[in-house]
Design a protein around this ligand. Structure first.
Ligand SMILES: *Cc1c(COP(=O)(O)O)cnc(C)c1O
Length: 377
């Protein structure tokens, strides 16, 4: 129940234990085709260029930035958490002229702020994080997308934590490039980064004057391996990792996207009722709270590390501590993919009560579990 990696289903684990085949084996090529089809469904897009990059979510970030940006290109990046900060670092390394806009951790950007930034600093790309795992805040995108396109720029979105737990509507919201990771709400071990690019993004990539700085992540070559017609060897795909993602996506679609989003929302609401009944407050305003990442303020006088240590050692439950300026101030409780269950909500609330008591904090006995049960009822 941390901020990832999330629990992995037995089906995914056994898919990964299947015999390793060659990267051009017809069976593997079929797995790749099916994975692309399923990724398009999960991203809610028709984008032909949708595939899984070899590497974790950060490799997806680097792929999108490095392929869209040439040295000297301007990019606006919203920093309201650790991952926006990482995008600034990545963009700077590929030679972007980065204009950073900031909000305090736990807040999000308005369309007006983006419009203002684009006026001051005409840019090729605007980069935002949809679900900031470091803070628990959800960035609305629809209106911003219009603002970005009106200014002739492209919208690049980090969907690492949102994909599979919240609607990510690439086509409807007209997102030009997006990346995710396997280890959050897709509930597959870390190791692949789903990405998708719009036609506009492809046109920009095809009109580059310089080569992509990363050989490994250069989409002009990687996409040939993933495309039915040209199948050229680029690098050896992490075969079993792809087996895992293929099975994880099957499980996501078998459940159904809407049902999966509802499960994340319902368990979040029950957890929230329980946490509040224990006297804990959320670190993020209600209207922009992520269901899969619950950031709460650590009560005054309670030892962050002692509680997290006890949860892990006595109950086998991992939660995350705060990152950046939130270190020592918040706990980040994940309800991602397979880990997003009623069982986990109820067990966690009981265990947390026990650990809070052991640390000198006195919640009303049983209040957390009772409140969550009230929501489930
Ligand atoms: C986890 C995460 C990443 C980085 O993914 P890794 O798998 O750790 O490389 C990037 N952005 C967000 C929002 C994340 O939650």
């Amino acid at each position: 129940m941390g901020p990832g990696p999330s629990d992995v289903s037995p089906g995914v684990l056994s898919a990964m234990a299947a015999p390793t085949v060659g990267h051009l084996d017809p069976y593997f090529l079929r797995i790749m085709d099916e994975t692309q089809k399923m990724l398009r469904q999960v991203f809610q897009t028709k984008n032909p260029l949708t595939l899984a990059v070899s590497g974790t979510g950060s490799a997806g970030m680097e792929t999108c930035v490095a392929n869209l940006i040439e040295p000297g290109d301007r990019m606006i990046i919203g920093v309201n958490g650790v991952f926006g900060g990482r995008m600034v670092d990545v963009a700077g390394r590929v030679g972007a002229e980065v204009h950073k806009i900031e909000r305090p951790f736990g807040e999000v950007f308005s369309a007006d702020e983006i419009r203002q930034a684009l006026r001051q600093h005409r840019s090729k790309v605007v980069g935002l994080v949809h679900a900031e795992t470091s803070t628990g805040a959800l960035q609305p995108l629809e209106e911003i997308s219009k603002v970005v396109h009106d200014a002739g720029a492209m919208l690049l979105v980090d969907c690492v934590t949102s994909l599979g737990g919240l609607p990510v509507k690439i086509d409807e919201w007209q997102i030009d490039a997006a990346y995710s990771g396997t280890q959050k709400c897709l509930s597959c071990p870390p190791g692949l980064a789903p990405v998708t690019f719009s036609d506009r993004a492809i046109t920009a990539m095809e009109s580059r004057k310089t080569k992509v700085s990363s050989w490994y992540l250069d989409m002009s070559m990687v996409r040939n391996y993933w495309s039915n017609s040209s199948r050229a060897y680029h690098h050896t795909a992490p075969i079993n990792m792809n087996f895992g993602l293929h099975q994880a996506l099957r499980e996501v679609l078998e459940e159904g996207l809407e049902a999966r989003f509802a499960r994340h929302r319902d368990n979040h609401l029950a957890l929230r009722a329980g946490l509040e009944a224990l006297g804990l407050a959320y670190a993020v305003e209600e209207s922009i709270r992520l269901p899969m990442l619950n950031a709460v303020l650590i009560p005054q006088g309670v030892d962050d590390k002692a509680v997290r240590g006890q949860l892990l050692n006595e109950f086998g439950i991992e939660i995350g501590g705060g990152l950046g300026p939130m270190a020592g101030k918040t706990w980040r409780i994940g309800l991602m993919g397979e880990a997003c269950t009623k069982r986990n909500v109820i067990t966690f609330l009981g265990a947390l009560e026990r650990c809070l008591i052991a640390n000198g904090y006195r919640p009303q006995p049983g209040a957390g579990v009772a409140a969550a049960n009230g929501v489930f009822a």
